[in-house]
Structure formats: structure tokens, C-alpha cells
Design a protein around this ligand. Structure first.
Ligand code: AMP
Length: 538
């Protein structure tokens, strides 16, 4: 066979060749922006010339601090396209983390959305390697800023040549993008995505039993483009010339509903908080979601109650998927198999609530603490380990963590899961969130999901509290729906759980709070809950 490099330029080339007329839409600062893949390609060429003009060299890290937008999409292709590395900065990080990752990656240029300028201004004296700042907005004007030197994105593009010959001989093993994960304690860890990884990951996403994207779809990634490349959607969708809709700066659930309706979105992706927010809007106001064929949920488990509400009230299935920053990120996706069509609805839900089956191209195992495979019985818990062509083999400049997590050729996920005889994975918990009670493990996720099915409950997170006899016992932190704020009682929750879970799994304590703190990528922040409600534990 030919030695053909698997690079993002091949994705870009196909979009240019076949889909010039297809649309890309963005909710820009002053209204909707619309163009097509032909115009997009031209702007990516201009951008490549701009980057060259700024003096970046192959291998340099070029960062973005940006919302989901068409400009961000242009950067997704221009930066790797010329051999540089797209470093997407998480705009919700604490200042110290942002400083750390910019310095650790040694970013040379930062492209920043105009409304996010203050985030950089506050840390400008501590980021040593950045030589240029490019401000992205829908005008050529540069707002007053203490950053220097600064340029306007639109101005630079306007002045740049519209042609660019993208190299066809980039090394597929070279870095195309990178993203830091802040999931655990300690400094953020960098994950580098090679061209080859993005190419093969996109191919797997395209398969019908995974995301199954086609030219006829309209996708709207709600998951941020700074979080594991918006789960790869922008790369995948560009390959198939799929219409892409970008929600822009600070989209709220109402904006998202409007976009799904107006742009006739067929497929979207986000974390459960997003789907809960949208559901709350839909309970008050009618929107036409008839175009949608599925909403992909990942990042955290989708509660069954949420899944059922979408089936019954919205008419759009929630499709469960699982992955990590370290896995580009798709690992599993949950669709029922053809012969399950004959199963009862409840049996089908029992499958759909799981995180799904492994994507073609990857290998997974579920192992106990001696490294032995646990039985595929849907009951025995073990750690999920993964290997494959889009699974990180190391953390960027972090040999210690790399050895700990990928040292034996498998990525150790720290996710405690079961696998059933059909091959479906169910994520029971993160290792550190499991409640270890008298030698037994209680899944905080199971408890949360069951509590969130209570009609008076909006959200619930379960954490471990220390116990003299049992070591740890579950404590539920519950956010009631506003109308039940003053009337809900601990017994309401415990009574509701009694016939659904075994007795020793019931929480020892239920507290009612106004809000569950969220992490920078929108997941329940259990560390903060532990710090707040269980002093001495984080
Ligand atoms: P991140 O790297 O921030 O995307 O976080 C990855 C982690 O999120 C995984 O290791 C899981 O613990 C969790 N996660 C991702 N998807 C799911 C899901 N569908 N259900 C439950 N947990 C998930």
C-alpha cells in the first residue's frame, strides 16, 4: 500500500473539493454569521498566511481562548495545517491553571475572543513565551487593551493572500492539537493529539453505530471546542461537509433551543447540565425540535430520568457516549443492537443508560486490582483500561504521570466500570468518588441517578462521608426544584430510594443545597462539595 500520511489537511481538502456550497453558521457578536465551505477554505488559507507572517514555525504551539465559533473552526484547520499545534485553552480555568498551561505548552501566539480579553490581561505579566495576541471579533477594530502586541483577526485575514498550498507531506505522527485535563489534583496534564489520531478518531466517529455523521446532518457542538476538540465534531463534520452551527459566546439554554429550531439541527453534543437546562426551557416554552435525530451526552452519566424525559416530552433520544481528554475522546457509544428492538422498553433503557460499546479501532479491558479481567457479567466492577491509535501514550513533558497512567501500554482510566455479556460498559464511578463502605463499593452515580428521578429534585450529587464502623457512608447533596425548596424533606428522598436500592446503599445523610458546584467543563465538582461539607476531605 501507499505510504499516505493521515493528516487534517486531507480532511480539509475533501471539504473544499466536495462541499463548497454547504453552510457554516455562527451566532456572532452582532447577529448570525453565515458562509459556506468554499469561503471557509479561503479564510483558512488566509489564516495560514497570517500565521506564517507572525513567524510561527512547524511544531510551535498556537493557542486559542475562544468560544465555539466559525473563527475557532478556521484555527482548527489552519494551525495543524501548516504543521503547528492547536492548543485550546479552557476559558473556565482558574488564573493559576491558565498561567501554568500556557507556560508549560510554551505557546507562541494566542488567538482570543474579544470578550475574553480580561482573562489574559489579568495574567499577561506571567506568560513568558507568548509573542503575539490576535483578537477575534466581528469587526476590525481593536478594543482598548493592555496586551501587546495585538492585532485584529478580521484585519489580518483581510490583508492576507487568499491562496495557500498546504503541505501534503506532514508527518502523521506529528502533533496537530493539544488540550490539558484538570480532572484530578495536582497540575493540569497535557495531552497531545497527533494528526493520525485525529484522522482515525474522525473515521470511527463517522461510522453509523458511533456518531454516524453524514452530509445530510446539521451538527451543533455545544460541548466547548476547548474540551477535547468538542469531542472531535468539528473535524468529523468538516470531512463530510456537514452543516455546522456554532453557538458563539455565552450561549444560554434559550439561545440553544432557538438555534436547534431555526437551523434545523439534527445532532448535537453536550454534558448532562446542558440537557437539563434545555429541558427546563422546554417545560415552559414550545420549540420545534422535529429536525433532531439525537443528542449525544458525555462527560458525565446521563440520568435515566433525563433520558426518559427527552424521549417522552421532547421526542429526541439522548445517546450516551463516553470518553476522556486522553482518548481524543470517543471510546464508547450506546446504541441498542438490532435484535434488542424486540426487547421491552425497560430492557432497552437498561442498555441505553450504559455508556455503550467500544468504538471500532480501540481495545478495552476491565481489570481488578491484580490486573486480571473481571467477568463480563454486568455486575463485577473493575477499572477500565484502553489502548488504540487515538489513545494518549503519554502526558506532555510529564514522564512520572505517563508512567503511572500509561506505563504498561494501556491507558488506566481510573474509571470503575462493569462490562456485560453484550460488551456494554457501565461507568459506576471515578475511583476517588466510589464510596467504600465496609469492604463493599457503592456507586455514587447510581445513587445520584435514582435520586434525580424524584419529581421534587432538580440535581443531586453523592459524596462519601467518613464513618467509624463502615469507613465511608454516602451523603446526598440535593438541589430541589424551586417550587419544592421549602417543603422537601430528608424522608422524601430516603423513602423514594427504599424500594429501588438495597438498604445498605441508602445515604446516611441528605442535605439540601441551592446549587451543585460545577467544574471547568460542567461536571459536578465533588471535590468542592467534599471541601465544603466534609471538612478535612477533598
Ligand atoms: P474529561 O477528560 O474532562 O473529559 O473527563 C473524562 C472523565 O469523565 C472520564 O474519565 C469519566 O470519569 C467521565 N465521563 C465521561 N463520559 C462519561 C459518561 N458518559 N458517563 C459517566 N462518566 C463519564
Amino acid at each position: 500500500m501507499m505510504n499516505y500520511p493521515l493528516t487534517t489537511n486531507s480532511i480539509l481538502k475533501r471539504a473544499k473539493m466536495l462541499y463548497g456550497k454547504k453552510e457554516i453558521v455562527c451566532r456572532d457578536y452582532n447577529g448570525m454569521f453565515r458562509y459556506n465551505y468554499a469561503r471557509f477554505y479561503e479564510r483558512v488559507c488566509r489564516l495560514a498566511n497570517v500565521l506564517k507572517g507572525l513567524g510561527v514555525q512547524p511544531g510551535d504551539r498556537v493557542a486559542t481562548l475562544a468560544w465555539n465559533s466559525h473563527r475557532h473552526l478556521e484555527l482548527y484547520f489552519a494551525i495543524p495545517g501548516i504543521g503547528c499545534v492547536l492548543h485550546t485553552l479552557n476559558l473556565r480555568l482558574f488564573q493559576e491553571q491558565l498561567i501554568y498551561i500556557i507556560n508549560h505548552a510554551e505557546d507562541s501566539v494566542i488567538f482570543v475572543d474579544q470578550d475574553l480579553l480580561p482573562l489574559l490581561e489579568a495574567i499577561k505579566d506571567k506568560i513568558k513565551t507568548v509573542r503575539h495576541f490576535v483578537i477575534m471579533s466581528d469587526t476590525k477594530e481593536i478594543p482598548g487593551t493592555s496586551l501587546s502586541p495585538v492585532y485584529s483577526y478580521e484585519d489580518l485575514l483581510d490583508k492576507a493572500p487568499s491562496q495557500y498550498e498546504f503541505p501534503t507531506d506532514l508527518d502523521e505522527w506529528s502533533a496537530a492539537a493539544m488540550c490539558y485535563t484538570t480532572a484530578t489534583t495536582g497540575d493540569p496534564k497535557g495531552v497531545v493529539y497527533t494528526h493520525r489520531a485525529i484522522f482515525l478518531h474522525s473515521m470511527a466517529c463517522l461510522t453509523a453505530d458511533m456518531m454516524g455523521l453524514s452530509e445530510r446532518d446539521t451538527v451543533m457542538p455545544i460541548v466547548p471546542m476547548f474540551h477535547a476538540n468538542a469531542w472531535g465534531m468539528p473535524f468529523t463534520a468538516t470531512w463530510t461537509g456537514t452543516k455546522q452551527v456554532f453557538p458563539g459566546a455565552r450561549p444560554d439554554p434559550m439561545v440553544l433551543c432557538q438555534l436547534i429550531q431555526d437551523e434545523k439541527v439534527t445532532l448535537s453534543a453536550g454534558v448532562p447540565t446542558i440537557w437539563m437546562g434545555i429541558l427546563q426551557v422546554l417545560e415552559k416554552q414550545k420549540f420545534d425540535f422535529s429536525s433532531a435525530r439525537g443528542f449525544i451526552n458525555g462527560g458525565s452519566a446521563a440520568p435515566l430520568a433525563l433520558m426518559k424525559a427527552y424521549d417522552e416530552k421532547v421526542g429526541v433520544p439522548i445517546i450516551h457516549a463516553y470518553g476522556m481528554t486522553e482518548t481524543t475522546p470517543l471510546v464508547t457509544l450506546s446504541r441498542t443492537k438490532s435484535y434488542m428492538d424486540d426487547w421491552s422498553l425497560e430492557q432497552q433503557y437498561a442498555v441505553r443508560i450504559k455508556q455503550g460499546v467500544v468504538a471500532p479501532g480501540l481495545e478495552i479491558r476491565v481489570v481488578n486490582d491484580r490486573g486480571e479481567d473481571v467477568p463480563a457479567d454486568g455486575k463485577t466492577m473493575g477499572e477500565l483500561i484502553i489502548r488504540g491509535p487515538w489513545i494518549a501514550g503519554e502526558y506532555y513533558k510529564n514522564p512520572e504521570k505517563s508512567k503511572e497512567c500509561m506505563g504498561d501500554g494501556w491507558l488506566h482510566t481510573n474509571d470503575i466500570v462493569t462490562i456485560d455479556e453484550e460488551g456494554y460498559i457501565y461507568i459506576c464511578d471515578r475511583t476517588k468518588d466510589l464510596i467504600k463502605s465496609g469492604g463493599e463499593w457503592i456507586s455514587s452515580v447510581d445513587l445520584e441517578n435514582t435520586i434525580m428521578a424524584h419529581p421534587m429534585v432538580a440535581e443531586a450529587a453523592v459524596i462519601a462521608m467518613p464513618h467509624e464502623k463502615w469507613d465511608e457512608r454516602p451523603m446526598a447533596c440535593v438541589v430541589p426544584k424551586p417550587e419544592y425548596k421549602d417543603s422537601i424533606k430528608e424522608e422524601d428522598i430516603i423513602d423514594f430510594l427504599r424500594d429501588k436500592m438495597t438498604k445498605w446503599m441508602l445515604p446516611d445523610k441528605v442535605i439540601f443545597i441551592d446549587e451543585i458546584p460545577k467544574t471547568s467543563v460542567g461536571k459536578f465538582n465533588k471535590k468542592e462539595l467534599r471541601q465544603k461539607y466534609i471538612p478535612g476531605k477533598a
